[in-house]
Design a protein around this ligand. Structure first.
Ligand SMILES: [Zn+2]
Length: 98
């Protein structure tokens, strides 16, 4: 009987709806589900698609830095709220991914 340690550990949380790159959290669809990235769930704000690479805070910072350097363009401009406040939004990036 295999012990628990031998089972592969999923790299992510059970449920996560906050974008690790930009902090956007307005989507009922999770970016991470049951410990794995929900491929196909693209962030309407920064355009990040959750992937196995997103478990590295270095990689996330790189994506975020590039996105901000472009002027933080919305991937889906029609989803952008009129009173969007990027500084308010980035506060919602989970502490471990800042
Ligand atoms: Zn995002």
């Amino acid at each position: 009987m295999p012990s628990e340690q031998e089972l592969p550990q999923p790299p992510g949380p059970e449920w996560e709806t906050t974008c690790r790159v930009c902090g956007h959290d307005d989507d009922p669809e999770p970016f991470w589900e049951s410990g794995w990235p929900n491929e196909g769930a693209i962030c309407p704000c920064c355009g990040n698609e959750p992937s196995m690479n997103d478990v590295s805070v270095i990689g996330l910072r790189e994506k975020r830095g590039y996105w901000l350097g472009q002027g933080a363009p919305w991937d889906s401009p029609s989803s952008r709220p009129k009173n969007w406040d990027i500084l308010e939004q980035v506060k919602h990036i989970p502490a471990e991914w800042r």
